[in-house]
Design a protein around this ligand. Structure first.
Ligand SMILES: [Zn+2]
Length: 381
C-alpha cells in the first residue's frame, strides 16, 4: 500500500512545515499494517486518481504530490504547498476524513436524515446528549465519537458521502494550486502554503483569503457536481425516473459537501466578526455555491433533467441543520442559514468580489491552466 508519493527528501521538510504551522502531525510514510495505514492508503489512492484525472481535463502540467498527515491532536486540516520548480503537494489530515465519516454517521442515524434519504435504519436515534455550547462546537464534538452503526446499506451510504466529502476537500486544495493562489499564500520553512484554517490579525489579509477561498470552493463544486450526478450509490432506485435518480444523487452530494463546510466553522455567524477569519462563514460559502449551481444550470453546462435545483438545495440544507440539531441535542432553529440569507450584497459579495477583481491580473499571470479564471463581477478594490 502506498501512503505518499512525496520524494523522500521532501518528507522532513513538510514535517517541519507542519510543525511550524503549529500542528503535532507527521506525513504518513510507511505501511504499518494497521488501521491508520489502511485509511491513509485509501485517502492517498482517492486523492491521487482524482488529481491526475482532473489535471488531464484541465491540460495542466504541474507535478502535484499527495501526503496524508496523521495528527496526534486529531486536528481537522488540509493544506496546499508550493515546493518550487513547478512541484506542489496537497496535505490532507487523516482526521479530516475520519471525523467527517464519524460526524456523517451520527447525522445519518437521526430521524431527520432517515426521513430525508428514506434510509432503512430500524430505530432512528431520537435521544441525544448536548455536546457543547452551540451547534458548531457540538458538531465538532460528535465528530470525535465513534462511528454510529447504520446497518449494511446505511454504512455503505455513509462511506459514499464521506468519499464525496474527501474528494471535495482534495479538489478545493487543487483549486488553490492550479488557480495560482499560492502566489498569495503564507510562508513557513521557506515554503509557500495555503492552510484551510489560518486567520490573520489583518482584516485586509482575511479579505484576500476569503476571495481565494470562494474561488477554490467554486473550483471544487464545479468538478464535484459533474462527478456526483454520474455516480451511482446504494440508495439509487433503478426503477425511478431519471429526474428522481438525479435528485437523489444531488441531495447526497449537497449533504456531503455542506457537512464538511460546516466542520470548518467554530462559532455562530456574526456580521461584525465576518472578516476576522480567512474563510467566509460556512453559511455564506454554502449560499455562494448554491448560487453557482443555479448559474451552471442557467448556462446549460449541466443537464439537471428537470430536477428543481433550488428546491433540492433548500431541502438538503434544512435536513442537514435538523440532523445536526437532533444529533447534538442543540437546536439552532435554522439560524445558521437564515442569518446569511438576508445578508445584503454590500456586506459580503461586494468587498470579497472586489478583492477578487483586484488580485485577478496577478493570479491570471501565474495560474497553471490555459483556461481563464472566473471573471470579476465588481470593480477592483
Ligand atoms: Zn481553502
Amino acid at each position: 500500500m502506498m501512503l505518499t508519493d512525496l520524494p523522500k527528501h521532501w518528507v522532513p521538510e513538510i514535517n517541519l512545515l507542519v510543525k511550524e504551522l503549529g500542528y503535532t502531525g507527521e506525513v504518513l510514510v510507511s505501511d504499518e499494517g494497521d488501521a491508520v495505514s489502511k485509511i491513509g492508503a485509501n485517502v492517498f489512492d482517492v486523492a491521487r486518481q482524482l488529481i491526475d484525472s482532473t489535471l488531464v481535463g484541465l491540460k495542466a502540467t504541474a507535478t502535484i504530490y499527495v501526503a496524508v498527515v496523521a495528527d496526534a491532536e486529531r486536528s481537522f486540516q488540509a493544506c496546499a504547498v508550493e515546493l518550487g520548480g513547478d512541484e506542489y503537494c496537497i496535505l490532507i489530515w487523516l482526521a479530516a476524513v475520519a471525523r467527517t465519516s464519524r460526524a456523517l454517521s451520527r447525522l445519518l442515524e437521526t430521524p431527520s436524515s432517515v426521513d430525508f434519504f428514506k434510509l432503512n435504519v430500524a430505530a432512528p436515534k431520537i435521544e441525544t446528549v448536548p455536546q457543547g455550547q452551540d451547534t458548531f462546537t457540538a458538531y465538532q464534538a460528535i465528530s470525535l465519537l465513534p462511528n454510529a452503526s447504520l446497518g449494511e446499506t446505511g454504512d455503505q451510504f455513509c462511506s459514499h458521502l464521506t468519499s464525496m466529502a474527501l474528494e471535495w476537500l482534495v479538489l478545493h486544495e487543487l483549486g488553490h494550486i492550479v488557480n495560482g493562489h499560492l502566489a498569495m499564500g503564507g510562508s513557513a520553512n521557506d515554503l509557500r502554503y495555503i492552510l484551510e484554517e489560518n486567520p490573520s490579525a489583518s482584516q485586509d489579509e482575511n479579505l484576500t483569503g476569503q476571495a481565494l477561498e470562494v474561488d477554490a470552493d467554486c473550483f471544487a463544486n464545479q468538478h464535484c457536481l459533474h462527478r456526483s450526478l454520474n455516480r451511482p450509490n446504494i440508495l439509487d432506485d433503478s426503477a425511478a425516473h431519471e429526474a428522481d435518480l438525479l435528485a437523489g444523487r444531488l441531495k447526497a452530494y449537497l449533504f456531503s459537501f455542506l457537512s464538511i463546510l460546516r466542520s470548518f466553522e467554530h462559532s455562530p455567524f456574526a456580521i461584525e466578526t465576518m472578516f476576522h477569519f480567512d474563510h467566509p462563514p460556512g453559511g455564506i460559502r454554502m449560499n455562494y455555491l448554491l448560487a453557482q449551481m443555479l448559474a451552471i444550470e442557467n448556462e446549460g453546462k449541466v443537464n439537471f433533467k428537470g430536477v428543481d435545483l433550488a428546491e433540492a438545495a433548500a431541502a438538503t440544507t434544512a435536513a442537514l441543520e435538523r440532523s445536526i440539531s437532533q444529533a447534538t441535542g442543540i437546536n439552532s432553529q435554522g439560524g445558521n442559514f437564515l442569518s446569511v440569507i438576508s445578508l445584503s450584497d454590500d456586506a459580503f459579495r461586494k468587498p470579497v468580489l472586489s478583492r477578487w477583481a483586484k488580485i485577478y491580473p496577478e493570479l491570471n499571470a501565474v495560474k497553471l491552466t490555459p483556461g481563464k479564471l472566473a471573471p470579476p463581477q465588481y470593480p477592483p478594490a
